[in-house]
Design a protein around this ligand. Sequence first.
Ligand code: GDG
Length: 472
Amino acid sequence: MARLVVVSNRLADPRKTAAGGLAVALADVLNSTGGLWFGWSGKVIEAEQGGAPGEGQVHVHQAGSVKLVTVDLSREDHDAYYVGYSNGVLWPVFHYRLDLADFDAGYIDGYRRVNQLFARKLLPLLQPDDIIWVHDYHLIPFAAELRALGCANRIGFFLHIPLPPPLILAAIPGHDWLIRALFSYDLLGFQSKADLAHFTAYAQTEAHAQHVGDGRWRAFNRTVQASAFPIGIDVEEFEALTQAPEAREMYERMKNEYSRRKLLVGVDRLDYSKGLPQRMRAFRELLNSYPDTRKSATLIQIASPSREDVSAYNDILHELESLCGSINGNFGELDWMPVRYMHRTVARARLPGLYRASRVALVTPLRDGMNLVAKEFITAQDPADPGVLVLSRFAGAAEQLREALLVNPYDTAGTAAAIHLALQMPLEERRVRHQALMQNIRRYDVHWWCDSFLDSLAEARSEESGTAWLRL
Ligand code: GDG
C-alpha cells in the first residue's frame, strides 16, 4: 500500500485520543502506511527574532510509525495567510458572510507565499508513490504549487467547510485563480451534495468546464474528479468515551444538579457561523410563548474560545453575553437561571456525559460544512430514553440526519416551536427517530469517510499525469 501524506494547517498527535475523531481516523491510515503528516507548527516567529516572509524552520517528530513534519511561520506570513486570508476572507465568504470579509490586497499574496513555502518544504520529503491528501481552505493552492515544482504524485483535497454558490464565490477578488488551483488536484471532496453542486455550477458557468462523465470535470487542460464525502465521527471511540468514568461522572452530576428541569445543550466553537445569537433569541421566544417551559427547561451553552485574533469574534462574544444576561434577568428566578453560558472549553472526556444528560441539543448554525456535534450528541444518547436533536437545515449534517427536527435558524418563532416540540416529544417517537439517526451515523462514520475518499483517490487520475502541469 502506498504511503499516505496528510497536509493540513494544524496537526494533532495521532496517539492521543483527546485529539478527536478526525485525528484518530487519520492516525489509523497514517500508522498502517508509515505515513507523514505535514503542516504549520503553530509557532510564529517575530521579525526581531529573525522571522522572514516565505521562510520557516522545519521540525520533525516521530509519533509511533508516523512522521510529523511542521514548519514555523514568520509574523508577516501568519498574519496574512492565517488571520488575513484564511480566516478573514475564505472563512466568512465560504459561510456566505460577504459582509464580514476583509479583502485587503496583501493577504492573498501572503496566502500564496505560505502555500509555496509549504510546497517547497514538503517536496524533498516525498517519494514517487506517495498519495497526498490535503485538507481545508487554508491550502487550496497547495497542489498547484507542488505541481509547479514538478510533483507528479496523486493529490486529493477535502474541503471541511461549505462551498457557496458561484455568485458568492465570485465576490472574492482572485476567485478565478483560487478555483483554477483546484484543478491541480486529482480528486476534490466536499461535505454535501449542495457544496458539490456549487462547485459544478461554478466549473460550468465561470470556468467553462466540461463534464466528461462520472463526476469528472475538464478545464485548464486538467481533469478533476469531484464528489461528496460527508464526514462522520468515530462512533466506537465516542461510545467508549460515553461509558468511561469521566463521562459517567459528568452525567450523574448534571442529572442531580438539574433534576427538576429538562436540559437543553449547545456546544460550539464561538463563531458567527454557529448562529448563537439567533439560538438565544429562539430560546427567549420559547420562554415567552410557551410559559410551561419556564418551569421545565434550562439551556447550557458551551462556547469554546476560538480565533480571538479576528475582530468579528469579539462582536459575537459581546452580543451573546448581553443576550444571555437579559434572558436571565427577565426570566430567572431565585432558584433558576434559564441559561448557563460558558465561554470555556469542556474536557473532551466529559462532553458525552453532558450530551447524555440533555433532553434536547440545539445545533442551529447559520451555515456549517457538516457539524460533528450533532452526530456526537446522538451517539452519546441512551437508546432506551434518548434526547432529541434540533438541527439547522443549513448544516451539512441536515442532508443525512433527516429524522432530526430540522429548523431554519433565522426563523425565531419556528425554531422556538420546534424546541417546544422536542421538549414534549413522547418516548416512542424519540426512540424511533434516534434509532434511524444512529443507523446513518454508524454507517457513515469517520472510517467510511476516510476509506471512501482514499479509494476514490486511488482511482481518480488525470490523464495529464506527470506532463504539462497547470501553472498558476
Ligand atoms: C469544521 C467545520 C465540520 C466543541 N466545543 C468543545 C469541543 N468541541 C468539539 C466538538 C466537535 C468539534 O469540536 C467541533 O466540530 P464541528 O463539526 O461542530 O465544527 P468546526 O470546529 O467548525 O469544524 C465543520 C468539521 O470541520 C469537520 O469536517 O463538521 O462544519 O466547520 O468534535 O465536540 N471539544 C471539547 N471541548 C469543547 O468545549 N473537548
